[in-house]
Design a protein around this ligand. Structure first.
Ligand SMILES: C[S@@+](CC[C@H](N)C(=O)[O-])C[C@H]1O[C@@H](n2cnc3c(N)ncnc32)[C@H](O)[C@@H]1O
Length: 328
């Protein structure tokens, strides 16, 4: 996928304010920090204008792709048409851009971000966005641990922010996020063991709070993922020329790995999901061999292998359209 043209332009405009050499140094620092925070450490905060700009170039396209992917899977088969959205730990507004792109029904959107400079940058980037909801977005500069904006929203998002909180803060923010959700809450974290651990803990907490899981889990039963494994997916994003220059990367795309959880109040669920009769989920890249394919599926509280052969004509055809992360 590509960033929408208006977002690409907004990113380019921000980058043009900084010398390439300074952006490269900042991008390298951010990439290292995101690739390798040691266990228990938080990813690096963005502490200067050039670091915030570098985030737009080297992280925002990937987090945008992950949020877009997660939202598509979450809304699949639900007829979800939100009017209001709230983004928690919004950074430059990544998740709101993705949500507004996917749900044209969104009319009123808001974000909470503790870094005033990032909120300012997000406001600047949306000031001439083609969608009115983005242009008129409200950016609240406050800590997620403080009171969140009052009232409920149809869609509440928290993208790549839980991992910047301590575990007690995470529990508190998830409870507040759910209390603010009138329809769908979507959490997205890095596709690492640590990111998945946050998602799994949120899953337990939100099930206990009475939510229904919409995606990726096909059932409300205990997660069957083995203790040394982690449930994650991938979103491919095209690298712009600027992105390649800054990362000094050759490939024209990158695959962002992420874990996510979408939970709903009963009112957005279709008859299928409300009865728990969800399809299985493909949780690994299908392995294609001559004449047959092997799928790893999560279904009915189990991880199981399934073989599809060319002679299963309908399934074989479906496999051409579907892949890792899709419902089966
Ligand atoms: C990695 S960035 C993700 C930004 C954006 N959601 C995205 O997906 O690209 C995490 C953001 O969460 C914000 N954040 C972390 N802890 C926070 C807190 N306690 N209160 C408010 N914002 C917080 C950070 O300032 C940062 O902008």
């Amino acid at each position: 996928m590509q960033l929408p043209p208006a977002l690409r332009l907004a990113v380019e405009r921000e980058l043009s304010a900084h010398p390439l050499a300074a952006l490269r140094v900042a991008a390298e620092g951010l990439s290292l920090g995101y690739r390798g925070p040691r266990k228990g450490q938080h990813p690096p905060a963005m502490s200067s204008a050039v670091e915030r700009a570098a985030y737009l170039a080297v992280r925002m396209p990937a987090t945008y792709a992950a949020v877009h992917r997660a939202l598509r899977w979450a809304a699949e088969g639900t007829g979800f048409a939100p009017q209001t959205a709230l983004d928690l730990g919004s950074g430059p507004g990544t998740a709101l851009w993705a949500a507004c792109e996917l749900f044209p029904t969104l009319a009123t959107v808001a974000a909470v971000e503790r870094d005033a400079e990032l909120a300012h940058l997000a406001r600047r980037m949306t000031s001439d966005a083609p969608l009115a909801a983005l242009r008129e977005a409200r950016w609240h500069v406050t800590n997620l641990n403080a009171a969140l904006p009052a009232g409920q929203c149809d869609l509440v998002l928290c993208s790549y922010a839980l991992n910047e909180l301590d575990s007690a803060e995470r529990v508190d923010v998830i409870a507040k996020a759910w209390a603010r959700t009138s329809q769908l809450l979507v959490l997205i974290e890095p596709g690492t063991m640590a990111g998945f651990a946050n998602i799994l803990a949120a899953r337990t907490q939100l099930l206990a709070a009475g939510s229904r899981i919409v995606a990726p889990c096909p059932s409300q039963q205990s997660c069957p993922m083995a203790a040394n494994d982690w449930c994650h997916f991938a979103a491919r994003v095209e690298r712009t020329a600027e992105h390649r220059r800054l990362k000094q990367a050759e490939l024209s795309y990158e695959d962002e790995k992420f874990s996510y959880l979408a939970v709903a109040r009963e009112n957005i669920l279709t008859a299928d999901s409300a009865t728990g009769a969800n399809a299985a989920r493909i949780v690994r890249h299908p392995q294609l061999h001559g004449g047959y394919a092997q799928l790893t599926l999560c279904s009915e509280g189990k991880i199981a292998q399934a073989t599809v052969t060319r002679s299963h004509k309908d399934d074989w055809r479906r496999l051409k359209r579907l892949g890792w992360g899709d419902r089966w």
